[in-house]
Design a protein around this ligand. Structure first.
Ligand SMILES: [Zn+2]
Length: 371
């Protein structure tokens, strides 16, 4: 016979004790008979359902029926019983879940000491790595980084950099032009930038002196690929414009940068050269890092510097005053220098790579050496 809540006629403490004892005994028995989640739901509903659950009946048959002077004591006891029933229902659920879930835990056990699945770690491409090294050197000198579009107009790539209209660089032999623009005026025609120098113009347009920026980026030339040429390569250019900047500042800056990149024993020398946007212009050579500048290696002439002891590495010069005219700087008040270097060229020297194409072929065996 399942337990049913009796009507009470005697509300003395002793009678209440007896009734409560009987109820708790039934509660315990029914709890211990629960062995599945379904059982437990039935058990919970039988005792706690708002409509006709045991607790509701206790409320109706005992508390509501109690005479006025017993109400306080009956109320207290009913509250105690309610708390006990709730605890029992919770504990019963915990007990049955403890059973199957420990089996599940055993099933799903993970040995955290087993080696995991390791994703191979990527590494910086040697060109990017070298570019970041160069940027780091100039960052330490107080330069900030500026970038610009790779598709440029003729104006930014040539005109504002003081290239005369018939300069050979404007020929399609050297420059990759975007097709179908013949209807546009020359200065608006689009091309793949041949150097990062347009970024210098764009920077000066939006910034007043003092300016100290480096412009790293990808550039394109209409060159057939071979061991030393690639239609795509990277440059880092630098620009410093301020009052009283002299060629001495340029020499000191680049000498420091070359020592920072290739080691403190490297020497630099400057040779007169020509660029449309600098005057005077110079090519910078560093003492050969393979033969220490002696021109001989392993008893013969050094291959890397063709026995000269020097390697040509970058171009530079004082910004041509004509360029300031394009960006609204006063050439009487400011002066400055600019320089540019090929990133692949420096990476080739630093890492002893003998073919520029290796940087772009995407051969993992080559790239892995730099990881
Ligand atoms: Zn050499």
């Amino acid at each position: 016979m399942p337990y049913s809540v009796p009507k009470l006629t005697d509300f003395s403490s002793a009678a209440l004790d007896a009734a409560a004892g009987e109820l708790l005994f039934a509660l315990e028995q029914e709890s211990s008979a629960v062995s599945s989640e379904n059982d437990w739901k039935n058990f919970r509903d039988r005792w706690m359902a708002r409509k006709n659950g045991v607790l509701t009946q206790v409320n109706d048959l005992w508390l509501k029926a109690a005479p006025k002077d017993a109400k306080r004591e009956v109320g207290q006891r009913v509250n105690e019983l309610k708390a006990k029933v709730e605890r029992s229902v919770d504990a019963t659920l915990a007990r049955i879940q403890g059973g199957p879930s420990s089996a599940r835990l055993a099933d799903e056990r993970v040995d955290v000491t087993l080696p995991g699945i390791r994703r191979p770690l990527g590494a910086q491409h040697p060109v990017i790595k070298t570019m970041n090294e160069i940027i780091g050197v100039f960052r330490n000198l107080g330069y900030s980084v500026e970038e610009g579009p790779e598709i440029e107009t003729d104006y930014y790539n040539f005109e504002a950099l003081n290239f005369p209209p018939n300069h050979p660089a404007r020929d399609t032999q050297d420059t990759l032009f975007i097709a179908g623009q013949d209807s546009k005026p020359l200065r608006d025609r689009l091309l793949l930038r041949t150097h990062t120098s347009p970024v210098q113009i764009r920077t000066m347009e939006k910034m007043k002196p003092p300016v100290r920026v480096i412009c790293p980026g990808k550039v394109h030339r209409n060159d057939a690929p071979d061991a030393t040429h690639s239609p795509i390569f990277h440059q880092v250019e630098g620009l410093a414009v301020d009052t009283n900047i002299t060629f001495c500042d340029l020499k000191g800056t680049l000498d420091h940068a070359m020592k920072a990149l290739f080691g403190s024993s490297v020497k630099t020398r400057f040779y007169p050269s020509f660029f449309p946007f600098t005057e005077p212009s110079a090519d910078v050579q560093i003492s050969c890092i393979f033969c220490g500048g002696t021109g001989t290696r392993d008893g013969g002439p050094c291959r890397n510097c063709k026995a000269s002891g020097w390697i040509e590495l970058l171009g530079c010069g004082m910004v041509d005053p004509n360029v300031y005219g394009f960006v609204d700087y006063d050439p009487k008040k400011v002066s400055g220098f600019a320089f540019g270097m090929g990133v692949e060229r420096i990476a080739i020297l630093k890492y002893g790579v003998d073919d520029i194409q290796l940087f772009f072929n995407g051969d993992v065996r080559f790239l892995e050496q730099f990881a």
